[in-house]
Ligand binder design. Structure first.
Ligand code: PMT
Length: 306
């Protein structure tokens, strides 16, 4: 058995696995003539105890995934959004730092009272609400939540199975921050780790690199784009190129944690391409994802027409 299969056989499916994987299957069937992108977003959690009090988190706010989802929808894609529960989601992300109660007013306080949005907020809310309703009515967005690394990998594989029938029309945009380390179930304490005996020694094991089976077996004909996150600029380009050479997929988008909102490097077989927001674009609140997605859509179309 491969180390990847070994991971699945020793980590149980998420409890709602059948419901979620059927939703994904139905969505892919419904959109079998469309271009469909699977966007993964947010960070995985690795539990330290079976009854989990503590866990190891990979950093991601979900900005990259959720804003990219909006740009892919705008470009006509159907979107499967596999996201960490409570990380940013398309459309609602624009209001993640507001207190909804501050925006609402009660019309008249009696039996038939109505709740309205304060007039000063309407111009901000309305355009995004309209886009959200339009997308939901079109049935082009399916959001699937995960929390743990294991749930993420099970659902990622289910999505790949469903997408494999779409061949090249399926695009995978793997922006989630996925743990490289975990504690196997048989080595994980059941109950909360106690501090009475001093600091615990926690031994982490390597998670199999899921890109390997994903590219070669799960969706061999899809257009696969992975992300590479580093904090040390001098490592980024070489590690992004190495990932492309190792897994032989279509593109690696490299970013540095500290500058990820303003610059990325794109590495393909034949070219290196930098996207950097100018000072003017930063002032105008241009989102780098608009440029990443524009570039990617062109590349995907070229691939489909080749
Ligand atoms: O959400 P934001 O706050 O906007 O941040 C966005 C981001 C920085 C998280 C995003 O742009 C990003 O870089 N995501 C990838 C993070 C990541 O997991 O990088 P990595 O270098 O650890 O992994 C590289 C690739 O290997 C990833 O595509 C990952 O899906 C894949 N991987 C990782 C672990 C694993 N066990 N198997 C894998 O296949």
């Amino acid at each position: 058995m491969s180390i990847c299969e070994d991971f699945f056989s020793s980590n149980p499916q998420p409890t709602n696995y059948d419901i979620l994987s059927n939703k994904i299957k139905d969505f892919c069937q419904l959109h079998k003539h469309d271009k469909v992108v699977l966007i993964t977003s947010g960070g995985t959690a690795v539990p330290l105890e079976r009854h989990t009090v503590r866990s190891l988190e990979n950093f991601s706010q979900g900005t990259r995934g959720s804003s990219s989802a909006e740009y892919f929808l705008k470009s006509g894609y159907a979107v499967i959004f596999l996201y960490r529960l409570k990380s940013l989601e398309p459309f609602t992300r624009h209001f993640s730092d507001i207190n909804i109660f501050d925006w609402l007013v009660v019309d008249n306080e009696n039996e038939s009272s109505q709740i309205k949005v304060g007039s000063q907020y309407v111009s901000t809310l309305l355009p995004i609400l309209k886009k959200y309703k339009e997308v939901m009515n079109s049935g082009k967005l399916l959001s699937i939540p995960y929390i743990s690394l294991s749930d993420y990998l099970w659902l990622l594989r289910a999505a790949c199975n469903a997408l494999s029938s779409l061949n090249g029309k399926a695009l995978l945009y793997l922006a989630a921050a996925v743990s490289d380390f975990y504690i196997p179930l048989d080595k994980m304490p059941t109950h909360k780790i106690q501090s009475d005996n001093g600091a615990p020694n926690i031994s982490l094991h390597l998670v199999p690199k899921i890109l390997e089976p994903l590219v070669h077996s799960w969706v061999p004909n899809a257009y696969v784009v992975s992300f590479k996150l580093e904090t040390n600029t001098s490592l980024l380009h070489s590690k992004a190129r190495r990932a492309l050479e190792k897994y032989h997929h279509k593109m690696v988008i490299g970013n540095i944690l500290q500058t990820r909102k303003y610059q990325v490097i794109i590495v393909t077989e034949n070219e290196d391409y930098d996207i950097v927001l100018s000072e003017e674009e930063k002032v105008q609140n241009v989102e780098i994802e608009s440029k990443i997605v524009e570039y990617l859509c062109k590349k995907h179309d070229l691939f489909l027409n080749s």
